[in-house]
Design a protein around this ligand. Structure first.
Ligand SMILES: NC(=O)c1ccc[n+]([C@@H]2O[C@H](COP(=O)([O-])OP(=O)(O)OC[C@H]3O[C@@H](n4cnc5c(N)ncnc54)[C@H](O)[C@@H]3O)[C@@H](O)[C@H]2O)c1
Length: 343
């Protein structure tokens, strides 16, 4: 049994990681700014072994790190459009905040630090026809990806004999979570097909995207927590499955198979310029990691949850819309406040 501090443990991936850790009997501390609300974690809050700390990665102190064996950092502004809303804040959170957390962890004697990075760092990269490996060039096409690269570079310098730093470069995630995200390609397409029986396939649909189910990502974090130090220290691992690289139009076809009578409309343009076809051989070869879920199963899972009313689209499920709403609300409150109060 370990004591694990999950930074961003109330988020889409973090909440599922938290659940799996509790299932395995670990003591879990979630440190999260709770941007998406505390209520999302209510089903887990009753579980024995869970402590929830509302705090911000940029300003938090050492207390939460006392007696912790492993820190998993899954906090941050988590996609391209949300990162562009307020670039300075994105850099503060994704770079300064991440580094602050890792330094606190190292000073507190934490021995393992897992950082949630992204295959987005490969950006627009066709790899000259070869699948991209951990040593392929990074071609970031967004501020988000640049902050992920910056964080990896800075955190790598903290890796030493007593502090094992590992980077998990996740594929694009799909499936159900306590903090549902309908801005990830499979979840979004399934929602649109279900609601509108129409899908817009942006950018011609030829772009490649590797995919992974949220529970499989969470399993990878648990695996890295216990993996032999000599196999993982200071290293990056692409987290996904080589046979789960898809072109966007193929994902749309799969969604149409599950949600019949859905029209596909090809739209030539897409502000999102990412395209990457990734090799996940290293994590399988070195650590025996294999995914358990397929995108098809993920589409079925999300569709069934929509049908049964177990999940719904709200502003909180679209990361960029929600953060924009919070920024606008903050501005409005400042404008109308008098003596620090609205009324
Ligand atoms: N979801 C994906 O497809 C995917 C793929 C690759 C990498 N990632 C990375 O994995 C991590 C988790 O992604 P996610 O999908 O769970 O995102 P998410 O937006 O659902 O979760 C992020 C969590 O971080 C918290 N947070 C944000 N800023 C904070 C701060 N300053 N202090 C404390 N908490 C803060 C939020 O409240 C939220 O609970 C992110 O770093 C993301 O970049 C995600």
């Amino acid at each position: 049994m370990k004591t694990v501090l999950v930074i961003g443990g109330a988020g889409y991936i973090g909440s599922v990681v938290t659940e799996l850790l509790l299932d395995q009997g670990h003591q879990v501390r979630v440190l999260d700014r709770l941007f998406f609300g505390r209520d999302l974690l209510a089903p887990l809050a009753k579980r024995e072994g869970l402590t929830i700390i509302r705090d911000d990665t940029r300003y938090t102190g050492a207390a939460a790190f006392e007696g912790v064996d492993v820190v998993m950092d899954l906090a941050g502004i988590s996609n391209d459009p949300a990162s562009d809303l307020a670039p300075r804040i994105t850099e503060e959170i994704n770079l300064t905040g991440a580094l602050h957390i890792a330094r606190l962890a190292r000073s507190a004697g934490v021995t393992r630090y897992l950082y949630s990075s992204s295959c987005s760092i490969y950006g627009h990269n066709n790899g000259n026809g070869e699948r991209l490996t951990e040593s392929s060039p990074k071609v970031p096409v967004s501020l988000y990806a640049r902050t992920k690269i910056g964080a990896e570079d800075a955190l790598a310098k903290l890796n030493d004999d007593n502090f094992t730093v590992v980077f998990l470069r996740n594929a694009t995630v799909y499936g159900l979570s306590y903090r549902m995200r309908f801005d990830l390609v499979i979840n979004l397409m399934t929602l649109y097909a279900y609601k509108h029986r129409r899908l817009y396939v942006m950018g011609g649909g030829q772009q490649w995207r590797p995919l992974i189910h949220v529970r499989d990502v969470a399993r990878a974090f648990l695996l890295m927590m216990d993996a032999p130090k000599e196999k993982v220290a200071g290293q990056a691992f692409n987290v996904g499955s080589t046979d789960q690289n898809y072109q966007i139009y193929r994902i749309a076809q799969m969604v149409r198979d599950v949600v019949p009578h859905t029209d596909l409309e090809i739209v030539p343009d897409d502000p999102d310029k990412r395209s990457y076809n990734v090799s996940f051989d290293k994590i399988e070869r070195e650590l025996g990691f294999r995914v358990e879920k397929t995108p098809y199963e993920g589409i079925v899972e999300v569709k069934q949850a929509l049908e049964q009313g177990r999940v719904e689209e709200t502003i909180r499920t679209k990361t960029v819309h929600y953060y924009r709403y919070l920024l606008d609300a903050e501005k409005l409150l400042q404008e109308v406040s008098y003596n620090g109060k609205v009324f």
